[in-house]
Design a protein around this ligand. Structure first.
Ligand SMILES: [Mn+2]
Length: 453
């Protein structure tokens, strides 16, 4: 029978959630299975809210929270079915949900429609996310309607207000406990080792997909679930395509390679980007662009401290990168002239070469939950938050306005930063990042491989 890997962690998450719900109920569904083609399914990944609260990894489930009730946490799961289990694997069943996953009560998922109306009675507010799945919305609406009909007879409260779980649950998920940070640090370590291997394997002629498989081999071999999102391996001009996932070209001598990948470990994912020279040595033009991005990235990481606004980090990146664009001749003007930089920022001319955000929350989801603004204000960073810092510069191949030597170069550098009461804790710090370290990581290891041949 499947067992939760971190039962105490999930129990603490449930206790905090029940506490935060006050007198409201909450209903959450597991992630559906998705067909890939024909009757073959994509590999199943549980919904992150369900993982956070239970560690339950089987599909077709629902969680119901009823604060103050005798049985405040009820799970609806796939029933035991020896015949089906021969085909699709062992199920924990309602018995397992109670014995190992902390459910106070558990029922087969097929009983949900029958039992939900009564279970919703006594609650005025239900935390449920509408407008994700129309079938589910209809099920919830039917249950509420049935509860309403029953209420005419028994006078019980029925939900008449519906709140997105983002309000309470996603706010909890935004702040990582020490145990969660330890899992994220492990995801980062696995990612670090795989990146370092990939750097050592980089050479002209190697296909991008070989780097991709090396990374994913490294993730799985070290006990990771696999990549937490689509691995991006972009050689040369492919690095200027932000979400390039074809990974089917051969690496070319003299180009840079930009890799954006992260291992998922126990549900938590790393999100890392490094850019390094395919032949082990940066050209002068690549070096200038790279160092400009790196300087901005390091400064932004240092700014990840309690009390700073989330948006300050992005503003800082924009100012730094815009100044670099002017200094390098990508934008017109005088880099020493603050008014010139201000004008470029106001006109958003920098978006020609830097068009994405600098940060996002990171956790169970690569673009993790948690609101970025409150009452129209960018929220302040606090200890326990984890965010990425990922500035970049992308010079399109055919950009006549850019100095010729910079054309077709894409650079992004991304680390995962844990905000603490003191200095920022960079989970992905072990991955080579300086020009010297990157050149060594490609060159030294390749030298070793050549010598072994
Ligand atoms: Mn990212």
């Amino acid at each position: 029978m499947s067992q939760p890997t971190h039962p105490d962690l999930h129990a603490r998450h449930r206790a905090a959630f029940l506490d935060a719900l006050g007198s409201d109920a909450a209903l959450l569904f597991g992630a559906p299975h998705h067909l890939r083609n024909g009757d073959a399914e994509f590999r199943y990944r549980q919904d992150s809210d369900v993982l956070y609260l239970t560690g339950w990894r089987e599909g077709d489930c629902a969680l119901l929270f009823r604060p103050g009730a005798e049985q405040p946490f009820i799970m609806f799961v796939q029933p035991k079915d020896p015949e089906r289990e021969v085909w699709t694997g062992r199920r924990a069943g309602p018995e397992g949900a109670k014995a190992a996953f902390g459910a106070d009560e558990a029922f087969p998922i097929t009983d949900l429609d029958k039992r939900l109306p009564e279970l919703l009675q006594g609650y005025r507010t239900l935390h449920y996310r509408f407008a994700v799945d129309a079938d589910r919305d209809a099920r919830v609406a039917r249950a509420v309607a049935a509860a309403r009909r029953a209420a005419r007879r028994n006078g019980m409260d029925v939900p008449d207000a519906f709140i997105d779980p983002a309000r309470v649950l996603h706010e909890l998920r935004l702040f990582k406990s020490e145990e969660e940070i330890a899992l994220m640090r492990r995801a980062a370590q696995i990612t670090a080792e795989a990146f370092t291997d990939a750097m050592g394997h980089t050479a002209p002629g190697v296909p991008e997909y070989e780097i991709e498989t090396l990374l994913e081999h490294g993730f799985r071999r070290q006990g990771g679930w696999g990549p937490g999102y689509g691995t991006i391996v972009g050689g040369g001009v492919n690095a200027t395509i932000l979400h390039y996932v074809n990974n089917d070209q051969h690496l070319r001598d003299g180009d840079l390679l930009c890799v954006d990948a992260g291992c998922e470990y126990e549900g938590y994912t790393a999100d890392v980007t490094r850019t390094w020279p395919i032949n082990g040595v940066f050209t002068d033009a690549q070096r200038e662009l790279y160092q400009a991005v790196l300087d901005v990235q390091v400064a932004c990481i240092d700014a990840c401290r309690p009390g700073r606004r989330f948006l300050d980090i992005h503003d800082m990146a924009i100012r730094g990168l815009t100044t670099a664009m002017v200094r390098l001749g990508l934008l017109e003007g005088d880099a020493e002239d603050a008014a010139c930089i201000d004008q470029h920022i106001e006109d958003e001319t920098f978006k020609r070469y830097y068009m994405h955000g600098t940060s996002h929350w990171l956790g169970l989801d690569v673009h993790d939950v948690g609101v970025y603004n409150r009452e129209g204000q960018s929220r302040l960073l606090q200890a326990g938050m984890v965010l990425t810092i990922e500035p970049g510069l992308y010079i399109p191949e055919g950009d006549e306005a850019a100095p010729a030597r910079f054309r077709g170069v894409g650079i992004r550098i991304e680390d995962d930063v844990h905000v603490t009461a003191d200095a920022p804790d960079v989970l992905t710090a072990p991955i080579p990042k300086t020009i010297a370290d990157l050149e060594a990581a490609v060159g030294v290891r390749r030298g070793r491989a050549m010598a072994a041949r």
